[in-house]
Design a protein around this ligand. Sequence first.
Ligand SMILES: [Zn+2]
Length: 129
Amino acid sequence: MIYTRNKLKDGTVVCSPVTAGNTYTRCAECGKEIPIDLRELIFARAENPYGTDINCAECTDKMMRMSDISFDAVARLVDALDDLGYSLVIGELFGDFDIEDVRELIPEECELFVDDLLGKVLEVRHDGE
Ligand SMILES: [Zn+2]
C-alpha cells in the first residue's frame, strides 16, 4: 500500500492510502477538481509526475477541437479568398508569417493570421473603390 502522511496542526499524523479513486488534481485551465490515476500520470509524464499541468477532459477536448477546426476553417477561408482573387494578399501574408501553408501556423497564430488576412482584404477592397 502506498499512502500519504500529513501532519495536522495539533501534531496528529494522518495516513491515507493512495488509491486509484482518491487522487485528485485541479485542471490547469478551468480549475475543476479532476480524479487522476497515478499509474497513467506516471506513465504519461515520467519526467515529473508531481509538478505537471493536467487538464480536465472537457478542456483537453476543447483545445484539440479548437486547433483542428481553426486549421481547417482557416484553410477553407484562404482557399475561398484565393478563388475570389486575393492570392496576392494571401502570398504577402504567408511571407509575413514565414509559412507556405496554413497548416504550418501554430494554433496561437491562427487568430492573428485571420485578423491580418481579413484586415488586408478590407484594405485591398477599399483601395479598389
Ligand atoms: Zn478544465
